[in-house]
Ligand binder design. Structure first.
Ligand code: ADP
Ligand code: MG
Length: 475
């Protein structure tokens, strides 16, 4: 590579509170335009903002979960700019004293060892409304339902080295905020959006190059694609001896290019100052200590435990900790059957395949973890072969009942009874005298054919290991 890629992300997470950051209006998604914007959100004179305690607790939870420092005292600031979807003429955010500083997330690109990416800060702010350009002919509508919705803006250090790592970082944040229950993570509703800052530099240069910022990327795929196209553009400019303008750009997925949106504004353009309507945010004694006690086991801790306690390979541990629901499912199924590796294989194999096929979330799985555990016990005790197990699983998925019901109804139990198999083997040997002769003359390839005949005669229910062993002895 001719250039080193340097990326830093600013990720906006909508917090899963019921009411807005500074007002009591509802945050429920999908209401008719402007039915969920109260006087505070509309910026009426004489109204005053009041910080949402739950949003503060959620931001603090994030800080604790990432090992950052949660400030006992932080300050809300006004960020002034004009836009039709911002009635007050300013956004309430945090500037000099954010609620969270530092911390890190573990990021893994499949096939590479994971890396800790440091976070600069995470601060609380309110969202703006939305301009609707397609709602009416010849007019733009303004919907202020989202105005004032609580956001946590998470800023990473410029430590990401590729578009793949940037999207993995965004996935890592998505996983963490849903895991600790501070966001619903609904990407299609805009609950997680990202601005990506990117620059190139010559390998070995210690100073970072001039960056551009690609605004408002709302899917993992777009982050990756937008950054790829921006790398090509910047590399072309630099190769021809040009300089990169520090600016804000927009990604156009249809053309797969970025185009300039505006010059990069400097912080002083926003004329930030502490919001005189809000006192400094002071956390009461014991607030953080209480919160710490409610944090679940975190993704990186759980992955580590899956590796050390169950001997799962790193990649499986990552896959099974994709969400808390997946990790819970795997552990429940594993404990129910007493074989964690078997449960790991089935959770990421048969189960993931069926969920994927039907477009279902694991929370809506048609087979519960306990029921999968029972099915896996039938594999462990030899009642079912792997092949029959898959058949039973599909029948469970189709709603035919528990593993034991289906085994009974379909007469699927694996035949591991030597008495029953002896008779079948005798018959097969008698019917295929020619192949038996060939085998005895040293043609071992016909052995597979004879095993196949036994399996066919038992409709696939004979225990394959046992058939192999008994047939060999018989011959
Ligand atoms: P601003 O407040 O203007 O958005 P910041 O300095 O806070 O700028 O940085 C915002 C984001 O840009 C951070 O994620 C940071 O890691 C990233 N960043 C800063 N400098 C560079 C650079 N030269 N190349 C790539 N990313 C950068
Ligand atoms: Mg920025």
């Amino acid at each position: 590579m001719e250039f080193d890629v340097v990326i830093g992300l600013e990720i906006h997470v909508q917090l899963a509170t019921r009411s807005k950051m500074f007002s009591g209006a509802s945050t429920v998604f999908g209401a008719s335009p402007n039915t969920q914007a109260c006087l505070v959100d509309l910026g009426f004179p004489g109204t005053l903002p009041v910080a949402n305690r739950e949003a503060v607790a959620m931001a603090a939870r994030f800080g604790l979960a990432t090992g950052g420092e949660v400030a006992r005292r932080s300050v809300f600031a006004r960020k002034n700019y004009f836009y039709p979807d911002l009635p007050k003429g300013y956004q309430i955010s945090q500037f000099e004293l954010p609620i969270v500083s530092g911390g890190s997330v573990e990021v893994a690109v499949p096939g590479s060892p994971s890396r800790q990416i440091e976070l600069t800060r995470a601060h609380l702010e309110e969202d703006a409304g939305k301009s609707l350009h397609d709602a009416m002919p010849n007019a733009t509508g303004v919907d202020l339902n989202r105005a004032g919705a609580p956001l946590l803006e998470i800023v990473t250090e410029p430590q990401l080295r590729s578009p793949e790592e940037a999207s993995a970082c965004m996935r890592g944040i998505h996983q963490l905020v849903t895991w600790i229950g501070i966001s619903d993570g609904a990407m299609q509703e805009g609950s997680l959006r990202c601005d990506a800052n990117i620059s190139l530099k010559k390998p070995g240069d210690t100073e970072l190059g001039t960056r551009t910022e690609i605004k408002n990327l709302n899917s993992f795929r777009f982050v990756e694609r937008a950054l790829h196209s921006e790398i090509l553009r910047q590399a072309d400019v630099l190769r021809e001896g040009g300089t990169i303008a520090q600016e804000t750009r927009l990604y156009d997925p249809a053309l797969d290019t970025t185009r300039p949106m505006r010059d990069k504004e400097q912080a002083n353009d926003y004329r930030y100052f502490p919001d005189p309507d809000l006192p400094p945010l002071a956390l009461e004694p014991g607030f953080l200590e209480d919160l710490r006690g409610t944090l679940p086991e975190l993704p990186r801790e759980r992955r580590a435990r899956f590796r050390s306690d169950y001997g799962l390979p790193d990649e499986d541990a990552w896959r099974l900790c994709e969400s808390r629901a997946t990790a819970d499912y795997f552990e429940t199924a594993g404990k129910a059957c007493g074989d964690m590796l078997l449960a790991a294989r089935w959770t990421s194999g048969e189960l993931a395949g069926a969920l994927n096929r039907d477009g279902l979330d694991i929370a809506d799985s048609r087979v519960s973890a306990a029921d999968l555990g029972l099915l896996l016990s039938r594999l462990r005790d030899g009642s079912l072969s792997g092949k029959l197990g898959k058949e039973v699983f599909q029948a469970m998925w189709a709603g035919e009942g528990s593993a034991d019901d289906i085994i009974k109804m379909r007469g699927l139990r694996q035949i591991s009874d030597t008495g029953a198999l002896e008779g079948v083997i005798e018959e097969v040997v008698a019917q295929h005298a020619e192949q038996v002769r060939q085998y005895r003359e040293g043609n071992t390839r016909v052995f597979g054919f004879l095993v196949g005949q036994v399996m066919r005669a038992t409709r696939g229910q004979a225990n394959p290991q046992l058939v192999n062993q008994m047939l060999r002895e018989r011959l």
